[in-house]
Ligand binder design. Structure first.
Ligand code: UTP
Length: 294
């Protein structure tokens, strides 16, 4: 019997340089996909998977994210006085019932691994999820819920993975794989991890995306780790240190992933989510006309 996953860590203290100048004053996880900020998709996915405690690791001066999840009494009063019940409902849905939030500050952007380490006291001695909100996954069953269903049987550490084009391995954490079920929803045994290898040196084309289920021992692996690629404390290095001591598996999730930290990925996510919205049905015709006139 595995301990349940009740907590999720959202590392959101990065600089978002790929999206400048949009991210100069607005944190990238607050950029909207259609009409909800990117972070809201991640929180909704975690809540749907049974997570009840959301832990944001953020940087000083990024108050917009906290404000988004706090109640806004004055705005609610104005909406109520104007009879705007649909809008009130939308505000109430930002944070599902029974969910609480904590904020931890990463004092400097020392890397993703360091950001996760900053959450160690709130997480404590239990398995937890890590969600990188930049990766928005469109799926019938949320990516984390799929992972937790699998984790309940396998335990250990589970990383969501997908194949990337062979010439792009230098943008991702790439896996060295043992036994591989190689099917949607299947598991791949992980024997090693390499951060952003050149295509010629890549052990496979299987890449980690921003969803992890980790055991609390990751914190001591992070604490003992040396800075890796880019001088940053890498989460992949700490996970690699667990291999051989604990099970570490890749999980081929079902769904479409959009990298919303990248301009093209973010634009594609906006189009894909808009096309699913009955209230925005005019978008299909507009896109068709734009493509025809191109
Ligand atoms: P990225 O690699 O996308 O880096 O981080 P970034 O700084 O956010 O964006 P670019 O590359 O400059 O455009 C992946 C995730 O890890 C978080 C980011 O906020 C993002 O959610 N992160 C990264 C931290 O929380 N702290 C860090 O020190 C680094």
């Amino acid at each position: 019997m595995q301990k349940p996953i009740r907590k999720a860590v959202f590392p959101v203290a990065g600089l978002g340089t790929r999206f400048l100048p949009a991210t100069k004053a607005v944190p990238k996880e607050m950029l909207p996909v259609v009409d909800r900020p990117v972070i809201e998709y991640a929180v909704a996915e975690a809540a749907a998977a049974g997570v009840t405690h959301m832990i944001f690791v953020t940087a000083n001066g990024k108050s917009a994210l906290q404000e988004h999840f706090d109640r806004h009494a004055e705005l609610e009063a104005v909406l109520r006085s104007k009879g705007k019940t649909a809008e009130l409902k939308r505000l109430a849905a930002i944070l599902p019932d029974g969910v609480r939030c904590s904020v931890e500050i990463q004092p400097a952007p020392l890397g993703l691994g360091h950001a996760v380490w900053c959450a160690r006291q709130i997480v404590g001695d239990e398995p937890f999820a890590v969600i990188l909100p930049d990766d928005v996954v469109m799926a019938d069953t949320g990516c984390l819920a799929q992972m937790i269903a699998c984790y309940t049987a396998t335990g250990g550490n589970l990383l969501a993975v997908q194949d990337v084009p062979p010439d792009r391995t230098d943008r991702y954490g790439i896996l060295e794989v043992g036994n591989d079920q190689n099917c949607p929803g299947g598991l791949a045994e992980i024997r090693g991890l390499v951060e952003k290898p050149a295509p010629a040196d890549a052990p496979s084309t299987l890449s980690i995306i921003g969803r992890y289920i980790l055991q609390p021992e990751i914190f001591s692996a992070l604490e003992n780790g040396e800075p890796g690629a880019g001088g940053e404390i890498q989460l992949t290095d700490a996970i690699a240190a667990l291999i051989g001591r604990q099970p570490v598996h890749g999980f081929r999730f079902q769904g479409v992933r959009f990298d919303c930290g990248d301009r093209q990925g973010w634009l594609a996510a906006n189009v894909a989510f808009a096309l699913q919205r009955p209230d925005l049905e005019g978008i299909r015709e507009r896109l068709r006309r734009l493509l025809e006139s191109d």
